[in-house]
Each structure stands twice: as structure tokens, then as C-alpha cells.
Unconditional design. Structure first.
Ligand code: APR
Length: 245
């Protein structure tokens, strides 16, 4: 299984990476579903939706402040460094991520498509044009207000009930349809339209290498190699950075 995956990565001419919250688990970030998942404890409708932000901005901003604090000082683990190494070695490796933690960029990766946006910035909920870097010390007053028009600020992530950024999601699907290999890492493949990306690759005959300790919605097929290991453990091996585990 591993040696076949190593060969496929070596031979691939149009590889693409697709990641979810599990990619950041070994950097200490919690996932949303599965063991210790955030949604086992909190309500996504209340905390991660546009209606929830309008209904109770204080609760929602306290939630994002907690997430920002959890992300303080978090560093990309060996799996991230392996993807950066592979991107440089291949010369091109688009990285489509559902994550908003910015760790792919922090690991030095380029061509990162953040389809659910990013926690690094915030902007005016009334779209007056104000935007700012989002740092914890900017959150002394909760909810933060727009200095230009007084409206509430919002984190620049895609909230439930909102469309994904059109350009980014369209390019992500184009990459899925044109790739010969997609490495799918740390996602439960449950939240559409992002979850459709690996299926779009499969439909066009690409091979999927899935890295997830737990079985997901991806089908059992000759074109899906599911490696039930952790990303930080197995990625260095798959890209040739580590000889054995
Ligand atoms: N290595 C690889 N995979 C892991 C690891 C690990 N060390 N630890 C956990 N996982 C897997 C889990 O088994 C799970 O299948 O990561 C997956 C995380 O799934 P989710 O928590 O559902 O995260 P994700 O798929 O990214 O969710 C998609 O849902 O709530 C929204 O906007 C949020 O972007 C998120 C979207």
C-alpha cells in the first residue's frame, strides 16, 4: 500500500492535495467531527453560521477568540513540511484546503486554495470596505466593531449559509477534473461543495491516496488507496523524507 502510494506520487505529473481539519490535528488543533471533535461539544449552527453571528455576535466572537488562542504558537508538523518538500520537488502542487488556520502557508507552501477562507483577517459585516488582520489583542472588546461604520466585524471565513468564494471553488473543481492524482488528507468528506472535490477527481479517472486513520465516505475502489495512518507520521514516508516508520 505505502510503496504503491510512493510510486504513484513519484510518477504523478498533475498531483493535487486536498486537506481538512485532520491535517492540523498533530499540530494540536482539534477536528470538527470524530474523536474529540468540536461539533461534539458546540453547535455549528450557533457558532459558525451567518445567522448565528447576527443573532448573538458576542457568543460567536468569544468562540473565534478561543479558536485563535488555540492557534497561537501552533506550528506546522512534519506532514506539512513533507508537503512543502514535495511541492518544491515537483515544481507544482496545488493545495486545496478546507482549513482556515493558515498552516499550509506557514509551512512555506504556495498555490494554496483556502476554499473556506481564513482566520487571519476580519472585515465589516455590513461590507463597508473595512478589513483588518485578525489578532487576539484586537479582540479586547467583544464583539469587535467596524471603526468606519460601527457595524460588527466578521472573521473572513465561509460561514454556514454562505457561498464559497466562486473563483477558488471553480478552480478547485477544475484542478480535480484535470489531476492524475489527489492526496486527500484529514477530511471526513462530509461538507459540500468541498466534499465533492475528491469525487470530481475520481470521476475523471484520477487515483486518490487518502490519509485518514478513520474510514470516510470515499468509496472502496481500485482507484482509492486508503492509508489508515496519521498525516504527520506517513507523509514524510510517502515523499521520501523518511525511510521507515
Ligand atoms: N491525520 C489524518 N487524519 C486525521 C488525523 C490525523 N492525525 N486526526 C483526525 N483525522 C481525520 C478524522 O478521522 C476525520 O475524518 O480528520 C478528519 C476531520 O474531519 P472533520 O473534523 O469533519 O473536518 P473536515 O473534513 O475538514 O470538515 C469540513 O466542516 O465544520 C466544517 O468548515 C468546517 O472546514 C470544515 C468542514
Amino acid at each position: 500500500m505505502i510503496s504503491r502510494a510512493v510510486e504513484l506520487i513519484k510518477k504523478s505529473t498533475e498531483p493535487v492535495v486536498f486537506t481538512g481539519a485532520g491535517m492540523s490535528r498533530e499540530s494540536g488543533m482539534r477536528t470538527f467531527r470524530g474523536e474529540d471533535g468540536l461539533w461534539n461539544e458546540y453547535s455549528p449552527e450557533q457558532l459558525s453560521s451567518i445567522s448565528g453571528l447576527r443573532a448573538d455576535p458576542e457568543i460567536v466572537w468569544n468562540w473565534y477568540k478561543m479558536r485563535l488562542m488555540a492557534g497561537e504558537g501552533v506550528v506546522p508538523h512534519a506532514g506539512y513540511r513533507a508537503l512543502t518538500y514535495l511541492q518544491r520537488k515537483k515544481g507544482k502542487l496545488p493545495v486545496i484546503t478546507q482549513n482556515v488556520d493558515g498552516l499550509h502557508r506557514l509551512a512555506g507552501q504556495t498555490d494554496v486554495l483556502e476554499i473556506h477562507g481564513s482566520m487571519r483577517t476580519a472585515s465589516c459585516l455590513n461590507k463597508c470596505g473595512y478589513a483588518t488582520e485578525l489578532a487576539i489583542d484586537a479582540l479586547k472588546n467583544i464583539p469587535p466593531l467596524c471603526p468606519d461604520c460601527g457595524a460588527i466585524l466578521r472573521p473572513d471565513i465561509v460561514l454556514f449559509g454562505e457561498p464559497l468564494p466562486h473563483e477558488i471553488i471553480s478552480r478547485s473543481y477544475r484542478l480535480a477534473e484535470e489531476c492524475d492524482l489527489m492526496v486527500v488528507i484529514g477530511t471526513s468528506v462530509q461538507v459540500w461543495p468541498a466534499a465533492g472535490i475528491p469525487f470530481a477527481a475520481l470521476d475523471r479517472g484520477a487515483v486518490i491516496i487518502e490519509i485518514n486513520p478513520v474510514q470516510t465516505e470515499l468509496p472502496h475502489s481500485d482507484n482509492v488507496i486508503s492509508i489508515r495512518r496519521k498525516a504527520g507520521e506517513v507523509l514524510p514516508l510517502l515523499v521520501g523524507l523518511k525511510e521507515k516508520i
